[in-house]
Design a protein around this ligand. Structure first.
Ligand code: B4P
Length: 190
């Protein structure tokens, strides 16, 4: 199993790139944002709990997110590997993943960050907000709050994975295809 964590600020292109990488490497793509949005749409108990955080641009509490993530991974026992998109987003989530994966005989192979400037990303998200229907993409204050959450809670993960010798960064600005090529160059050398 080769497990890859796609890392980056909101709107960095994790979901966009995951669509290509999952095909190329035959990986199971798990986007915590997508799983939450599915639950929101279907008004499940999990969706009801997550909605208030997501709509405000806050992170959903770790315990709820990690339980959901583990349930998703356990749905794919035969997989070649998992492409984690949007998880972990806190040190506590990273520790939970490092505790869980060995229980299924696995580990994180690499964490790859898509790097991009905040101002470009805010513009991307506002643009997506015109058509996505996502409340968290439609209001600049909520978008800025997502960057604050990232800086406080998610950015420290870079140090966490650097200490493990598993951190790689690629330039997230360019055409979608150029960025896919940068990511595959990293994965092919793992
Ligand atoms: P996510 O769904 O993970 O969303 P994201 O940060 O918006 O996006 P991503 O980086 O995947 O960007 P995308 O490819 O779509 O999270 C949403 C919320 O869910 C969080 O705020 C939180 O509340 C909750 N949540 C999720 N995971 C959690 C966790 N682990 N813990 C706690 N809470 C959690 O790209 C964005 C836009 O840019 C698109 O419109 C795309 O078309 C465009 N784009 C992409 N690449 C481009 C390029 N190269 N050039 C130009 N535009 C590009």
């Amino acid at each position: 199993m080769i497990n890859i964590v796609l890392f980056g600020k909101p709107g960095a292109g994790k979901g966009t790139q995951a669509e290509f990488l999952k095909e190329k490497y035959k990986l199971t793509h798990i986007s915590t944002g997508d799983v939450f949005r599915y639950n929101l749409k279907n008004d499940t108990p999990l969706g009801k709990e997550a909605r208030v955080y997501m709509d405000a641009g806050d992170l959903v509490p770790d315990e709820l997110t990690t339980k959901m993530l583990i349930d998703e991974v356990n749905k794919h026992p035969e997989t070649n590997g998992i492409l984690f998109d949007g998880y972990p987003r806190t040190i506590s989530q990273a520790e939970a993943l490092d505790a869980f994966l060995p229980t299924i005989g696995s580990k994180v192979a690499a964490t790859i960050a898509l790097e991009a400037d905040d101002e470009i990303l805010v513009t991307r998200l506002l643009e997506r907000g015109k058509t996505s229907g996502r409340i968290d993409d439609q209001d600049e204050d909520k978008i800025r709050n997502r960057y604050q959450e990232y800086n406080e809670k998610t950015a420290p993960l870079m140090g966490y994975y650097k200490e493990q010798g598993k951190f790689y960064a690629v330039n997230g600005i360019g055409s979608i295809q150029e960025i896919t090529e940068r990511l595959t160059a990293v994965i092919d050398n793992l």
